[in-house]
Write a protein that binds this ligand. Structure first.
Ligand code: SF4
Length: 381
């Protein structure tokens, strides 16, 4: 089982962001941390009450995301992990990731993370171009990122991800490639690069000027292609549509999601998949602080998945991975062959060379990845 912990605070809201995150003062952050501790304790009680053997509910990965988890004070970071370790049975080799944003990371915080057992740091950079960072509404510069990155290495972090974005307003192909080159020179173990999507309700979505300055489709395409080439040349293996890693450093937490491993989301608005049910937490901070834990079945969106949902998820999330999906695992889990359910769709896309079958594996081809959303729709039952 995996854990996701949501820290919904940011110093300032970025202009493109529609995540559940907002600025807050230190008192609000402290109240939230206390509520989160309570939710952790109550959730673990429920999980382990049903399981006599705590090993059954062993946590294989923890991902502290946001928002900006690095807005927490060192003491709050220590307390959070102390609480998690006191209450959950965490595997000794668990992958423990924490997201951080430049401009909020300090030597003390990095030391607190390391002491608490965080073994993977995910830093949001987005671009090395200060002018672009400003347009995005980010609070940091490239220099600040570099300071944080070097400090993280000095602290001993040996597994670092850097998040990047492409197709930004006013971004040129050469500007984007410069970011990629500068980042690979630092030799992080993992790089994610996502194309900007204008999300409703954000300042970017409503701005005509921003829309006008977006790179056109051909440039967007070129950025995508060159990301694959450049990262491949520099020793990064693409293991998911937008994720690249040095050998042995693919993010286990994300692979777990795509493989259908159950996960519990703790904190404001966090969603869970547990005991074949989906549910999520309250998104109103006021209500969350009043009742940090509500029994799973009493949550508004509690939904027990049907076998049909699980089959769809298996295919759609599984095909995001370059390694694809396993036919024998499908048959073992669902008691029916993949051929019986999806034979027609698979043959059609295999003929178009968008899907390929290799032994026990079905995966998208490079051309298939480019039109993956269209193909995924065909796997809805
Ligand atoms: S730092 Fe991340 S979560 Fe926070 S506002 Fe910016 S994009 Fe959103």
């Amino acid at each position: 089982m995996e854990l996701y912990i949501h820290i919904p605070f940011c110093v300032r809201k970025c202009n493109y962001c529609d995540f559940l995150s907002f600025p807050a003062g230190s008192e609000s952050i402290e109240s939230y941390c206390r509520a989160l501790d309570e939710e952790i304790c109550r959730t673990a009680e429920i999980i382990y009450e049903k399981q006599e053997d705590r090993n059954t509910g062993r946590i294989s990965t923890i991902f502290v995301g946001g928002g900006t988890p690095s807005v927490l004070a060192p003491e709050q970071i220590r307390r959070l992990f102390f609480c998690l370790r006191q209450n959950f049975s965490i595997s000794p080799d668990a992958e423990i990731s924490m997201e951080a944003n430049p401009g909020t990371l300090t030597r003390e915080k990095l030391a607190a993370c390391m002491e608490a057992g965080v073994n993977r740091l995910s830093i949001g950079l987005q671009s090395s171009d200060d002018a672009l960072l400003k347009v995005l509404g980010r609070i940091h510069t490239w220099e600040q990122f570099l300071d944080n990155y070097r400090e993280a290495r000095k602290t001993g972090f040996q597994n670092i991800n850097i998040d990047l974005m492409s197709s930004l307003p006013g971004q040129t192909l050469s500007g984007y490639l410069k970011t990629l080159e500068q980042v690979t020179e630092l030799r992080p173990e993992h790089i994610s690069s996502y194309s900007l999507i204008l999300e409703e309700g954000t300042p970017f979505f409503d701005s005509e000027d921003i829309r006008r300055r977006l790179p056109d489709e051909a440039v967007d395409r070129e950025m995508y292609e060159r990301t694959k080439e450049l990262l491949h040349e520099r020793g990064y293996e693409r293991y998911e549509i937008s994720n690249y890693a040095k050998e042995g450093f693919a993010c286990r937490h994300n692979i777990g999601y795509w493989d259908g491993v159950p996960y519990l989301g703790l904190g404001l608005g966090a969603s869970s998949y547990y005991d074949n049910a989906r549910f999520s937490n309250e998104i109103s901070m006021k209500k969350y602080l009043e009742h940090p834990f509500i029994p799973f079945q009493e949550r508004q969106d509690y939904y027990v998945t049907e076998i049909k949902d699980r089959i769809e998820d298996y295919m759609i999330f599984g095909l995001r991975k370059m390694s694809g999906v396993s036919l024998s695992r499908f048959a073992g889990e669902f008691g029916v062959s993949m051929e019986k359910i999806y034979g027609g769709v698979i043959r059609r896309y295999a003929d178009m060379e968008l899907l390929v079958m290799e032994g026990d594996t079905l995966r998208l081809t490079d051309a298939g990845i480019d039109v993956s959303n269209r193909i995924f729709e065909e796997f809805l039952l």
